[in-house]
Design a binder for this molecule. Structure first.
Ligand code: ADE
Length: 240
């Protein structure tokens, strides 16, 4: 969302803005590293288009998806950071023609993130949480959201075109994909694009809510108050 990329754009040295297909692509540098930044908007189609344009038009050689996500396990709390090691599209279901979750005609259920990018992201996010978070977000703001000692997790991401905000939705995902630690609406779709184009990908997000019956309340408070600091902190760390 717009709030999430605000600080990235503020700190980026923008050399050119390319407008295409209702999106703006900001071309320039962050910490002297060449990059392209775009607001993908929400959902699998929007993020897939963004990824395809990044690859086809701007020839990016790796991709980072960032923003917020819903935590699925007890350990993954609001304010924590999650790095996807792999991802599944939880709403892909062409049964009985293909097995549940399998991407038709691609024969893939699980997309694996690039291991080097995952390890780099995990390290830089751990440093960010340990040493820098409090420079970015005040203690009061964190406490107001009950964020005390955030942690970094690695694991399975599930994505689909649904905001998970009711207990039946939550329980369905937990039952069908028990290994998943976080849910959002884009990462596994971008993972399919990256798989098809052989472009390394990592998905790094902070947890805005617990994908439960109060997820919409937690999500809005997090987005309004702290999401942008996390997003910029993560990206800054990864561009070092
Ligand atoms: N992004 C952040 N929270 C989410 C949720 N609960 N469901 C889907 N996407 C999300």
């Amino acid at each position: 969302m717009q709030q999430e990329i605000e600080l990235i754009l503020h700190h980026m040295h923008v050399e050119n803005i390319v407008e295409t297909g209702t999106r703006k692509f900001y071309v320039g540098t962050i910490q002297k590293k060449k990059c392209v930044v775009s607001l993908s908007r929400i959902g699998k189609v929007a993020s897939s288009v963004t990824a395809a344009v990044m690859i086809e038009r701007f020839a990016v050689d790796r991709l980072i998806v960032t923003g917020v996500a819903g935590g699925l396990t007890d350990e993954v709390k609001i304010g924590d950071i999650v790095v996807a090691t792999s991802s599944v599209q939880h709403d892909m279901d062409c049964r009985p023609i293909f097995p549940q979750f399998e991407i038709p005609l691609l024969d893939v259920v699980t997309f694996t993130c690039d291991t080097t990018l995952v390890e780099d992201a995990y390290k830089s996010c751990s440093t960010f949480i340990r040493e820098e978070l409090h420079d970015f977000v005040s203690k009061n703001e964190l406490q107001a959201l009950h964020i005390h000692q955030p942690a970094v997790h690695k694991g399975l991401l599930v994505s689909g075109d649904q905001f998970i905000g009711t207990m039946p939705q939550y329980e369905k995902i937990r039952a069908e994909l028990p290994d998943a630690i976080f849910v959002e609406m884009e990462g596994a779709a971008v993972a399919q694009v990256c798989y098809e184009y052989k472009v390394p990908l990592v998905v790094v997000r902070s947890i805005s809510d617990k994908a439960n019956a109060i997820a919409h309340i937690d999500f809005n408070r997090y987005i309004e108050n702290v999401a942008k600091y996390y997003t910029w902190g993560l990206i800054e760390g990864m561009m070092k």
